[in-house]
Design a protein around this ligand. Structure first.
Ligand code: ADP
Ligand code: MG
Length: 605
């Protein structure tokens, strides 16, 4: 007997994956070719000492600015201390190779580790609190690092800086020559650029972008938002340290003023100017901001004004940076070919008729949620049985959404217990409840606005606890199956923001479905839909019901509830006033008075 109802994913017969794999392979080869040609040009070209320094600065800065792609571009967290991490890397290499007489190859990883560790500690202590807090903490950290570098003279040599930094040798190959060292920096830059680009396409990268686009929804979908942010911050600091370490070797002399707060602002400007969300954008922005002043130097005295003006104009007219602007333009002019998908296996779940003796999946006891003196949810008991559609109805403001938010962990209960199958989830974080198989949608749609339709649903498929065999391809298949279920597979590569409201609701449902939830919570999925969209929603709910999915649904629409519900619970002023089979509940005089009466009043007025 397979009464547990665990769903298995069925492989999809044919997927247009080969063309995408081939495109990715071609892209990688082109990238490697560009890297090799660049390296060849740098090594062959007779560079003046001046332009050598310029390129050295650009390439080492770009490595650090790529860190901002991870923390700001992917994860949406501000970091105003990148110059401090850059400085930690630079001083590790400087003092390591001079005072401590270490090899460059030892001092550099040491600097990277110190910067990463500082980043991790800073992230761990400050990322629990959101908003402006992180900006303040990073600025403070930046100030402290500058103070230490300047004033701890016995160790750092203070404002005089550190001269005579050694460049490395590698198995007899000396990098003492400036051109060769520049080649090393550029090779590292290309490698880091690729890794950062690749990160954006991994599960972790998608989790970061989900946090950026909607932190609340990311948690509910199963992303450990705190850990994701700390990881991003640590990677960012690590790349800051790497860039700084290379910088120190490049210039062989460093001083504290090179790693001040104003430099952190420059790093941030480079990322924003080029387009923080793409590694190509950040690298481009870095190069532009370093080379632009040189190109404009012929303007003599007015060059600073022109330079400043150009930067401001780009920022104002291209809020997503130059790369973001070009990308958006490309999307507009590119002919969109309709996407077809081979036969997709349906989302499979045991097909079983609902019975009243089904196993209990969610048990809520005396649950309360108070907001100050307001008892939004007041001592509610609730029992949801497996393979049933359980509706929660009640007038506006009766506490339905609050109850759902307590169930999914957005609010902590004031009192009471919530058991999901064997787990007491009352004190768990949203992502931990997602890991136990709780999925949900929101009354006000909460999608990951800048991600594609497919990536939105993929984040859902990748929830912890949804273990699929077959590696990452299996999660893509699962996401496509969920999209196909709601009828939107052909729009998978579009930005989710370009879809209509009704379609966005369906994507949100698909995102929850893709995670194979044990229990799906839907908060007013019919809100804001027109008649046609509502009919489609009812058909979708009936199909879900047919698949035996356990659903807890909030809705106002009696027609909708009447068509799908096996069981109804009614709330009024945060209290449960009725609970039972639809026929009985809807005839209950209290319900008619409290709820149905009001709706009729409402519609009459
Ligand atoms: P429903 O979904 O049934 O329309 P809600 O659960 O959204 O109702 O709201 C129930 C009550 O709790 C309302 O009076 C609402 O104003 C209040 N409420 C909801 N969320 C909050 C909050 N975060 N802070 C304070 N009061 C809230
Ligand atoms: Mg509500």
């Amino acid at each position: 007997m397979s009464a547990e109802g665990s769903s298995t994913s069925v492989p999809i017969a044919r997927l247009p994956r080969t063309s995408r794999t081939r495109a990715a392979l071609t892209g990688t080869l082109v990238y490697v070719a560009i890297a090799l040609v660049t390296l060849g040009l740098v090594l062959a070209a007779p560079l003046t000492a001046y332009s050598l320094n310029l390129f050295m600065q650009a390439s080492t800065y770009a490595v650090a600015v790529l860190g901002l792609t991870v923390v700001l571009g992917y994860t949406g967290q501000i970091n105003l201390a990148q110059a401090a991490f850059f400085g930690l890397g630079a001083y590790s290499v400087a003092l390591g190779t001079t005072t401590l007489n270490l090899s460059f190859w030892l001092a550099l990883p040491l600097g990277v580790a110190i910067a990463a560790l500082a980043g991790a500690v800073l992230g761990l202590t400050s990322l629990r609190l959101g908003g402006h807090y992180l900006a303040m903490v990073t600025i403070s950290f930046q100030m402290i690092v500058t103070l230490v570098l300047t004033n701890w003279i016995a160790v750092t040599h203070g404002p005089d800086g550190v001269p005579g930094i050694a460049r490395p040798t590698f198995f007899g190959l000396s990098f003492a020559d400036g051109t060769r060292y520049l080649g090393l920096c550029i090779a590292v830059l290309f490698a880091v650029g690729y890794l950062v680009w690749y990160l954006g396409r991994t599960r972790l990268g998608r989790a970061m972008q989900a946090v950026r686009d909607n932190e609340l929804a990311a948690g509910v979908v199963g992303v450990d938002t705190y850990r994701t942010k700390v990881t991003a911050f640590t990677i960012s600091a690590l790349l800051g340290g790497l860039g700084g370490g290379l910088f120190a070797g490049g210039f062989t002399y460093i001083s504290p003023d090179q790693f001040s707060f104003s430099e952190s602002v420059v790093f941030l400007t480079m990322a924003l100017l080029g387009g923080a969300r793409s590694p190509f954008g950040t690298a481009f922005g870095t190069g532009l901001l370093i080379l632009l002043p040189e190109w404009l130097r012929f303007l003599k005295l007015v060059y600073l004004a022109v330079y400043g003006g150009a930067v401001i104009l780009i920022m104002v007219f291209m809020p997503a940076g130059i790369w973001g602007f070009v990308n958006a333009f490309w999307r507009k002019v590119r002919p969109v070919e309709p996407l077809t998908l081979g036969p997709v296996a349906p989302l499979s779940s045991p097909r079983r008729p609902a019975r009243s003796d089904e196993k209990v999946i969610l048990e809520v006891k005396a649950l309360s949620k108070h907001f100050g003196g307001l008892k939004a949810v007041d001592g509610v008991d609730l029992t949801i049985r497996q393979n049933t559609v359980h509706a929660l109805i009640g007038p506006n403001g009766s506490g339905k959404s609050t109850l759902l938010n307590v169930l999914s962990g957005i609010y902590r209960p004031t009192k009471g217990r919530i058991n999901l199958e064997a787990h007491d989830v009352s004190r768990m974080k949203p992502y931990q409840r997602a890991a136990c198989g709780l999925g949900r949608t929101f009354q006000n749609i909460r999608l990951f606005g800048a991600m594609s339709v497919l990536d939105n649903v993929l984040v859902g498929a990748e929830r912890p606890g949804n273990v699929l065999e077959g590696g990452s391809a299996a999660y893509v298949r699962q996401a496509l199956a969920a999209l196909d279920f709601v009828g939107l597979a052909h729009r998978r590569h579009e930005s989710v923001g370009s879809l209509s409201y009704g379609h966005q609701r369906q994507v949100e449902i698909a995102r929850a479905l893709a995670g194979n939830p044990r229990l799906l919570l839907l908060d007013e999925p019919g809100a804001g839909l027109n008649h046609l969209e509502k009919d489609a929603l009812i058909a979708l709910l009936k199909r879900l019901k047919g698949h035996g999915l356990t659903i807890f649904i909030i809705d106002h629409d009696m027609n909708l509830v009447g068509q799908v519900a096996d069981h109804i619970t009614v709330l009024n002023f945060g209290r449960r006033i009725a609970d039972g089979r639809p026929g009985d509940v809807l005839r209950n005089p209290d319900v008619v008075a409290a709820y149905l009466g009001k709706v009729i009043d409402h519609e009459a007025s």
